[in-house]
Design a protein around this ligand. Sequence first.
Ligand SMILES: [Zn+2]
Length: 182
Amino acid sequence: MPAIFAFLAILIRHPIFVILAGGAIATSLGDTLGTEIGTLSRNKPRSAIKPWIKLEAGSPGAISLLGALGSILGASLIALIGWSVSLVDTYAVFPSEAWIFIVSIILGGIAGSYLDSIFACTIQKLNKCNKCSKITEKKEHCGNETKFYSGFKWIRNDVVNLLAIAGGSIISLISFLLFSLI
Ligand SMILES: [Zn+2]
């Protein structure tokens, strides 16, 4: 989906597609960096929907402070890259003022990454390991097949990613429209 929005942004030089593409790519990198950097955290992560509950590292919907900072970093990087490209590429559409563009992309990326964690532990299909009782999205654990635990059976991890990216795009667009009114 980020690729589709990016393609539309190139094809149709309209600010709406630039913002949608920016929010989608910012969510992708925010989620990736959040997950990767989050695994380095020494503190136990907390639940995305119930922050007072501590979870095991790597649990679906687990967020650590370090991981959250990773998501902010990822979203900010994309916003800044988008902004620098617009300075060099005279054909790039640069909608309204620079700060509105940058802040909207960052907000969409952060919100999208957070949505990914929320969806991961609510609507995503989750399984339970028969041996160690761990909740996971994987089909196998401890060398055994896992059994269905919660969520919608058709919402697998790739569907969660897609929904989060769509959410990040829309939040970037809404932020952009709201800031443009100021
Ligand atoms: Zn297990």
